[in-house]
Design a protein around this ligand. Structure first.
Ligand code: FAD
Length: 409
């Protein structure tokens, strides 16, 4: 019996059309058997959840096996009073949202893609819009069950908020893009859903002027989030007084009516600008969805994308240096992050920009789709240690070659 026959006996398999075999394990036992078979036969495989941002995730290697994690799905335990939830890793975020909303709660990860699996979301290491007020995505994980590349299973943390003994291994897998192991179950901390939300928008003719205001806006503490966005990405503003703006400043306030009034007035004092308020209702929901989806709408498949993390106080200089006077960027000012389309040739201009930005304490990541996708992070000083870890946990490098940091090899 060859390896593919063995795999077909373990779980549902299908030819993916591109010569790859798509494996859909239905539970952790099947997943474990798949991984040990792949190891035995030296067959590399790529895990996938919903694949929401697949094209932006750099040059993944084309492996003979595709591991579809979406069938390991379902709610295992929900404790509304404790605000904790345990689910299988292939459970879609949309399903979780619906369940916990019944109790006025949320898993505050702010993705625009409800079909995202919770495992893929935490493995990708991205952070939600409101991470300043609600914490980084990885901080929501209180426990996990995970599988190492050899198919062995282990747990870390548990179902209560204070429960980690020894190293918090959930942090090892969160953001590792499935290169060190796969989540099979996740326990997460929920938060009360906001009692009320307001989005404030205000106009600018140019991103440079906006950038100078952003530090002031981000210093209005307790705003859930603030930044700037090309106005064309929020079509909901329609024929409002904002419709002639090139760039919009935006701020999110998630709280009760008193705090909303207080923070609106503090932001007005800080900026000295007329602010347009969108309160609960269809217009707010539409603008919120547009804001969440903005990176996906804005960054196209051609040419790659540049992500810059910077100290918020250096925001104006960093944006001037990186965007060269264009309005072509989405700015999350409170976190000090900007996304822009890459308008440069690879590789020298990217390296030069990275060096220039280092003078401001900023860090550039480049995500391309071709061979240039390899230049993801630039130089990584911990690289030898990352390799040692990978070699220890996945000596044959069968799991997710080319994903995450390992595209830098
Ligand atoms: C430009 C951009 C903007 C983004 N903005 C946001 C945002 O605002 N908020 C946010 O939360 N996210 C954001 N993301 C990340 C995005 O949410 C996630 O990539 C996606 O939601 C992950 O879910 P998925 O099921 O589609 O995972 P996939 O895309 O299928 O997988 C993502 C990675 O995780 C690995 N993986 C899949 N399942 C598992 C598992 N069970 N265990 C371990 N590894 C696994 C995959 O191999 C892959 O490397 C952004 C991504 C991009 C590129």
């Amino acid at each position: 019996m060859d390896a593919f026959d063995t795999l077909s006996d373990i779980c549902e398999t299908r030819h993916a059309g591109d010569g790859r075999l798509r494996l859909s394990p239905a539970n952790a036992d099947q997943l474990s058997a798949v991984l040990s078979t792949a190891n035995r036969h030296h067959l590399p495989l790529s895990a996938e959840g919903a694949g929401c941002y697949r094209w932006m995730d750099g040059a993944r290697e084309h492996t003979p096996l595709l591991l579809d994690m979406r069938h390991i799905s379902g709610v295992l335990d929900y404790q509304p009073e404790d605000m904790t939830l345990t689910v299988l890793a292939g459970t879609p975020i949309g399903e979780i949202r619906q369940l916990v909303a019944e109790n006025g709660q949320e898993l505050a990860v702010d993705t625009d893609c409800p079909e995202s699996t919770i495992g893929g979301l935490f493995a990708s290491g991205w952070n939600g819009l409101r991470s300043r007020s609600l914490g980084l995505n990885r901080d929501k994980i209180i426990g996990m069950e995970a599988m190492l590349p050899d198919g062995s299973i282990f747990q870390s943390g548990g179902k209560v908020v204070k429960n980690v003994t020894g190293y918090d291994l959930t942090r090892l897998l969160a953001g590792a893009h499935g290169t060190l192991g796969l989540f099979t179950q996740l326990s997460v901390r929920l938060t009360p859903a906001p009692r009320q939300r307001r989005m404030l928008l205000w106009p600018y003719a140019h991103l440079q002027t906006a950038a100078q205001d952003m530090l002031k806006a981000s210093q209005v503490v307790q705003l859930a989030s603030c930044g700037t966005i090309p106005a064309s990405l929020i079509p909901t503003i329609g024929d409002s007084p904002l419709c002639d703006a090139e760039v919009l400043g935006w701020a999110i306030i998630d709280d009760g009516p008193l705090a909303i009034r207080e923070l609106t007035s503090r932001l007005f004092q800080a900026l000295g600008k007329t602010l347009i308020a969108l309160d609960d209702g269809e217009r707010l929901d539409a603008a919120w969805d547009e804001l969440l989806a903005a990176p996906r709408t804005f960054l196209n498949e051609q040419g790659g994308m540049i992500e810059i993390g910077y100290p918020p106080a250096a925001g104006a200089e960093v944006l001037e240096c990186a965007l060269e006077g264009t309005n072509d960027g989405i700015v999350y000012a409170d976190r000090g992050v900007t996304y822009s389309r890459c308008r440069m040739d690879y590789p020298e201009p990217i390296h030069q920009l990275r060096e220039k930005l280092q003078a401001f304490g900023a860090h550039l990541q480049f995500r391309g789709n071709g061979p240039e996708g390899l230049d993801y992070h630039g130089k990584i000083s911990a690289w030898p240690w990352l390799q040692k870890l990978k070699n220890e946990l996945d000596p044959q490098h069968i799991l997710n070659p080319g994903h995450g940091v390992f595209r830098a090899t």
